[in-house]
Design a protein around this ligand. Structure first.
Ligand code: F6P
Length: 361
């Protein structure tokens, strides 16, 4: 194995609380345990295309970043170097900069690169690995939808934010006898919705993995009214599948993240004759200081990534299995998303304590 002197660190895709803790873990362990130099690749893979954007990551550069949200490297979810979209003379062009990136990695003296990302970024890392770049991966997403790891850093913090929002909405819902909707992130996976729903004691949770009917939500709210509970809390996962028609047969225009809960609430207002308010939590779930759990997991991942580099185990991603740090081939890491099992233990637990998923008859 070639001797390692310098490594790069890159992160791509949406930010997640704990990114800085991973970067710090990589840099400090690289310096302290191995005596390597570390270079920060900024804004996804952009500074492999334009290397003047690289950042020397010294011990001092990463001191004090542990509790900070965001990422000191900056990030983007649009910078795939294999198909880079940019405007030229008013027209969109797609350029393959991967060869230039490999050339620049060599010029920068990078003996290996730690890539922190979700499925999109890790697929790019896998493509670079196939082209001969020594790469190791670190899983990152608040959505917790990567099947190769038990959990990702960022998820716990997002869960805290969503649960806190549900707690706050509960008190105002109760005072005003309203139905409160809260839309949470997660793309096609319902983990944030399900777990914050359980933690916050939501009455109805709508998940991408469980198709819902409007009538079932109305029945759940009315059943509560009959028991003297004149308010309800509905958690909506942003990736929930919207029925094509409402119960009156009227078409429902498609709606994506940020709009879908309003669309559902719009139909239910007519059916329930109750005041409904909608809160879309959005990027609040991704910002701010990471929870202690995420700081610790991110630090463990960062240190484990440098250990993979030291052992020459490239093309692999660190992961958590049964509470222990492990690793898997990058190709397995991005093979299939981890979704909520509609018949799984967590859904059963939620149903057992009276939570509805809008699929009940
Ligand atoms: O994957 C993380 C995530 O926060 C999703 O939950 C959400 O759908 C998406 O990113 C939002 O992306 P953007 O920052 O591009 O709006």
């Amino acid at each position: 194995m070639a001797e390692i002197r310098t490594i790069g660190v890159a992160n791509g895709g949406g930010d997640a609380p704990g990114l800085n803790a991973v970067i710090r873990g990589v840099v400090k362990s690289a310096i302290r345990r191995h005596g390597w130099r570390v270079i920060g690749i900024c804004n996804g893979f952009d500074s492999l295309i334009w290397p003047e954007g690289c950042l020397p990551l010294t011990w001092d550069a990463v001191s004090g970043i542990l509790p900070r949200g965001g990422t000191i490297l900056g990030t983007t979810n649009r910078g795939n170097p294999f198909a880079y979209r940019h405007m030229e003379n008013g027209k969109e062009q797609v350029t393959d900069y991967s060869g230039l990136c490999l050339e620049n990695a060599r010029r920068l003296g990078l003996d290996a690169i730690v890539v922190i990302g979700g499925d999109g970024t890790l697929s790019i890392a896998q493509d670079f690995y196939r082209r001969g770049l020594p790469v190791v991966g670190v899983p990152k997403t608040i959505d917790n939808d990567l099947s190769a790891t038990e959990t990702t850093f960022g998820f716990d913090t997002a869960l805290h934010v969503a649960t806190d929002a549900i707690d706050r909405l509960h008190t105002t819902a109760e005072s005003h006898h309203r139905v409160m909707f809260v839309e949470v992130m997660g793309r096609e996976a319902g983990w944030i919705a399900l777990q914050s729903g359980i933690a916050g004691g939501a009455d109805v949770v709508l998940l991408p993995e469980i198709p819902f009917r409007f009538e079932a939500i109305c029945a759940a709210v009315r059943a509560r009214e009959e028991q003297g509970r004149r308010f309800s809390l509905v958690v909506v996962a942003e990736g929930v599948q919207l029925p094509e028609k409402d119960p009156a047969g009227q078409p429902i225009p498609p709606a994506g993240p940020g709009e879908v809960s309003n669309r559902i609430a719009g139909v239910l207002r007519g059916m329930l004759q109750k005041e409904i308010r909608v809160t879309v939590l959005g990027h609040v779930q991704r910002g701010g200081s990471p929870s202690p759990f995420d700081r610790i997991l991110a630090t463990r991942f960062g240190v484990a990534a440098t250990q993979l580099v030291a052992r020459g185990e490239f093309g692999r991603m660190v992961c958590l299995r049964a509470g222990k740090i492990d690793s898997v081939p990058l190709e397995d890491a991005v093979a299939k998303p981890k979704l909520v099992d509609p018949r799984g233990e967590l859904v059963e637990v939620a149903r057992s304590v009276g939570m509805m998923f809008g699929d009940e008859s």
